[in-house]
Structure formats: C-alpha cells, structure tokens
Design a protein around this ligand. Structure first.
Ligand code: ADP
Ligand code: MN
Ligand code: MN
Ligand code: MN
Length: 336
C-alpha cells in the first residue's frame, strides 16, 4: 500500500482579485489519473464563497500534474461548485466556451519578486531606489538580475510537473520577471497558468520571498507595471491568409472595451496609461508590431501571408486567465 498527497487547489471568492487556496488529501494506492480524483468540499464561509449557515462548497478536480516539490504527490486544479453541483459565481473556468479546444492561448505572466521586510522588489535598497530602468530587462549579473535562484527553481519545477512553459526572462523593472505558458485549449492554458503561479508561490515561501502579482506595485513612479499579455488564435486566424480576417477580429474588440477591461485585472487604470509599452485604458488600437497598441499583430503574421495569432496586451498580471480567455473567445466568435 502506498499513500499519495493530493493538493486540491482552487480560487477563492475575494473581489476584485481571487487568490489561490489549497489543502491536502491523502489517498491510498492512487493511480495518478484525473478520473480517480474524487470531488471534495471546503468551508466556503472562510473564502468569501458561502455564508456560515450553509458553508460547504464543492471542489471538482479538472486538471492534475505531479507535484515536483513534494514526495509522492500531485497538484489537482479544481473548479468550485455550489453544493447543488452548479458552477459557483467565482468559477471563471466554467464560463469558457471552447469545448473543441480550437482556441490556443499563450500567456506571458509578469510578476515581481517581493522582499517582505523592505516591502519592495528584490534588488531595491531599503531606502531609496536602484538605478533607473534600462539595464534590468533580460540582464545577467548580480548588479542587475535579482532572485535568479528562485526563478530557476521555478522553471525546473514547472518542467518537471509537465507544464508547457515556453520561456522565461528578466523584465524591465528590477526584481521583475516573466514566464510564458502555451496550451492548445483555453481551459488548459488557464489551468497551467494557475499551477505555474502556485509553484512560484510555494518556492517563494522557501526563500521568504513573496510574489507580487499587482499590476503596478511601484505606483506612479517611472517603473514598469506587470502584464499578462494574452496571445490567442483559433483555426480561422491560424489559417486566415488574409488581412481582412485580422482586421475583422480586431475591430470586433472595439465596441466591447469595457467588457474586456472588466476581466483584465484590478487597478489596470494605473498600468494602462499609454506609457511603459501600454495603450491608454480609454483607447482601443491595434497594429502590426505595435507595443503601444491594445492589440498587437505580431510581425510574423503579415510575413506569413496573414495567418497566425494576435496579442491582447491589456490583461494584467493579476487577471484570472480563465476569465480573460472566456471573454476573448466570446468576442472572436462574434466576429467570425
Ligand atoms: P513578446 O514578449 O514578444 O510579446 P513572448 O515570446 O514572450 O512574446 O510570448 C509570445 C507568446 O505567444 C508565447 O507564449 C507563445 O506561446 C504564444 N503563441 C505563439 N504562437 C501562438 C498561436 N498560434 N496561438 C496562440 N499563442 C501563440
Ligand atoms: Mn514576453
Ligand atoms: Mn514581458
Ligand atoms: Mn508580449
């Protein structure tokens, strides 16, 4: 007989930003397969998902990977259901309409490694500021790259777990980093981003370093904010062969700016200022190779005869990838 540790992971009901929660279930002779993970429950009154008088919410396992940080262990991503089995209002995953996995998503998750003692990014002195932005992006060396042992450990953990990380890089601000995850299927892309975030939080614990997901943790100062650019495609875009298809899809985003911004992460007005490689939150624009636009058409698209994908640059680092994907799919489907 062997015993496995299954970490059931879900999103709480906090507004405007949901956080990861998890608890461990011990299973005997567990197969490692999703279909052998039973539903579980938790106290929704402790996570702003239920009232004390009728507090049980259900956890429905939807995605499983080995847990590279623990012995005999798995990470089990779950959807939250009401006691009657219907999706809870906090459950963005259940709102994704992509049953045939036609939508592919690549999310670029930016974040800050955060020193809990100074309450500043790693690399910032306790008083004052480091040298201005410029040398940190894709940097090497102790003068400019802060926390590499953490992000390297995270990359290995993701790869060991089977997450489809496509790359990592140091970002524009000191102590700011990015990882990219790609999946064929919107739900899986969301599952993998949340599990990637979970692993980073866990590794951060070991170093006493917090992960700051806020989109503008240094406020108004001349430091970049953090985004979660959403790169997306469906068969129509991947095989378009015509500029008109790209224009039509991009234009379909124009009348629903408000609906998109609503799910693109809290406090995005602080980040989408028109500075620091962003477009203003009040405008909508798109363009080839344009990193100051709301939606960028990668230069490879015209080079490949107008086929490929689009990058919505507006979602921020704290956005829920499930809700971002659900909204993008809805808008793209309205165009084609
Ligand atoms: P940049 O920093 O230049 O915006 P990155 O290399 O960080 O670009 O991210 C590009 C992302 O686009 C990657 O996550 C990649 O997986 C994703 N991507 C590439 N092709 C497609 C596609 N056909 N559909 C969806 N996403 C894609
Ligand atoms: Mn990137
Ligand atoms: Mn980036
Ligand atoms: Mn990008």
């Amino acid at each position: 007989m062997s015993k496995s540790k299954l970490e059931y992971i879900w999103l709480d009901g906090y507004k405007p930003t949901q956080s990861l929660r998890s608890k461990t279930k011990i299973e005997e002779d567990f197969s490692g397969k999703l279909e052998d993970c039973s539903n579980w429950s938790f106290d929704g009154s402790s996570t702003e998902q239920a009232l004390g008088g009728s507090s049980d919410c259900l956890l429905k396992p939807v995605y499983i990977i080995p847990d590279p940080l623990r012995k005999n262990a798995y990470l089990v991503m779950c959807e939250v259901l009401n006691a009657d089995g219907t999706p809870h209002v906090s459950n963005g995953r259940a709102t994704i309409e992509d049953d045939d996995n036609d939508f592919w998503f690549g999310f670029e998750q930016e974040y800050f490694l955060w020193d809990t003692e100074t309450n500043k990014p790693l690399g910032f002195p306790a008083n004052g500021y480091p040298a201005p932005q410029g040398p940190y992006y894709c940097s090497v060396g102790a003068k400019n790259a802060y926390g590499r042992e953490i992000i390297e450990e995270h990359l290995d953990a993701c790869l060991d777990a089977g997450l489809n990380v496509e790359g990592i890089n140091a970002e524009v601000a000191a102590g700011q980093w990015e990882f990219q995850i790609f999946a064929k299927g919107a739900k899986e892309a969301g599952d993998q981003i949340w599990l990637g975030r979970y692993l980073l939080e866990r590794i951060g614990e070991k170093y006493g370093v917090a992960i700051n997901w806020h989109c503008k943790p240094l406020g108004d100062l001349d430091w970049n904010g953090s985004g979660m650019h959403a790169n997306f495609s469906n068969t129509a875009l991947r095989t378009a062969g015509s500029k008109e298809v790209f224009d039509k899809v991009c234009e379909s985003f124009r009348p629903v700016v408000k609906e998109h911004i609503e799910v693109y992460g809290a406090d995005n007005h602080l980040r989408l200022t028109g500075k620091h490689e962003t477009a203003s939150i009040n405008d909508f624009s798109y363009g080839v190779s344009d990193r100051g636009a709301s939606i960028r058409i990668p230069v490879l698209v015209p080079q490949k005869g107008w086929s490929g994908y689009l990058e919505d640059r507006r979602p921020n680092s704290a956005a829920d990838p499930y809700k971002v994907a659900a909204r993008i799919i809805k808008t793209v489907k309205s165009a084609l």
